[in-house]
Write a protein that binds this ligand. Structure first.
Ligand code: AMP
Ligand code: FE
Ligand code: FE
Ligand code: ZN
Length: 288
């Protein structure tokens, strides 16, 4: 059993790299992929720890990008996974990530001001203390919960942080094309994360968008994910065949931030990914 999509506390998970590796060893995962949002900090810290634990570690990233389907409306958020299977990501890519992090920090500053304007006692410094290398909206949600402004993390998003909520502020985000292009140029395999979030209930729209992303360099699709029903999985397998995409998968483990999702096995045991899936990805990476 493997899990190729997990988060550490360096993005919006709650486990340290050490805790994540211990948990992976405890359930006898054969390989663990760390795909933090827009940072390799968790993966980098995990490399020596995984080596001494004898755990196979896969270098990944999850980029937040914007899809502009309708220029009249705000861009839809699309997550693109990047897997670096045969060589570490190019240095240039890390510089680019550092730029993204600055844009997130700038957004965080404006978001804190916005919450203050709404009468809440929330400072950037407090949020950043919760966020390790990369504070984001989930850390704002945690702070709002800790301070009693909301009763659940989800309420924090619904009332204040979600794209249609009161305190939302835009952030500079790369386009899908740029995200995919940067991963490919850095030597990675780009895969569409949790396609179920893209156009729920509209398979034709998803099909069209996937076709477009293939032209941008997309080479994989996350068929297995905690949020996918068996029917979803069937449909994404069809898309993978139709567009010649590699199959990727993982639980999207976030620790206590998404407590229903268990490392390796997903929600209520709805996931089991065999090692063979990673072997197939590696074979593709070598042939590239
Ligand atoms: P950021 O990249 O800092 O804007 O934070 C994005 C993260 O916030 C996502 O990866 C999710 O974990 C979380 N998130 C975004 N929108 C929502 C929402 N409507 N409900 C719950 N969590 C959300
Ligand atoms: Fe996340
Ligand atoms: Fe995601
Ligand atoms: Zn994720």
């Amino acid at each position: 059993m493997i899990d190729l999509h997990t988060h550490t506390y360096e993005s919006d998970g709650t486990s340290s790299p050490q805790e994540l590796i211990e948990a992976a060893v405890a359930i006898r995962l054969e390989a663990l992929g760390i795909c933090d949002h827009d940072t390799f900090a968790g993966y980098d810290a995990a490399v020596p720890l995984a080596a001494s634990a004898g755990l196979e570690l896969v270098c990944g990233i999850e980029l937040s990008t914007k899809l502009n389907v309708d220029p009249q409306r705000k861009g839809r958020s699309v997550h693109i996974l990047g897997y670096f299977l045969d060589a570490p990501p190019a240095r240039e890519f890390r510089y680019w990530l550092a730029r993204l992090q600055r844009s997130r920090r700038d957004r965080n500053r404006r978001l804190a001001l916005r919450l203050q304007a709404l009468g809440m006692d929330v400072t950037l410094a407090e949020v950043e203390r919760l966020g390790h290398s990369l504070a984001g909206r989930p850390h704002f949600a945690r702070l709002l919960l800790d301070k009693g402004y909301v009763e659940t993390l989800q309420e924090a998003f619904d009332r204040y942080l979600a794209e249609d909520a009161e305190a939302y502020v835009e952030r500079e985000e790369p386009s899908v094309a740029e995200g995919i292009g940067r991963i490919v140029k850095a030597g990675g395999l780009a895969s569409l994360a949790h396609p179920v979030r893209l156009f729920p209930g509209d398979p034709q729209a998803l099909d069209k968008v996937v076709a477009g992303q293939c032209d941008m360099g997309l080479r994989g699709i996350e068929v297995y994910h905690s949020d996918h029903s068996p029917r979803d999985v069937e449909f994404y397998l069809t898309l993978a065949r139709r567009y010649g995409l590699a199959i990727t998968g993982g639980t999207d483990f976030h620790g206590a931030n998404k407590p229903a999702i268990r490392l390796g096995t997903g929600i209520g045991g709805n996931i089991r990914i065999e090692r063979e899936l990673l072997d197939n990805l590696r074979a593709l990476a070598i042939r590239r």
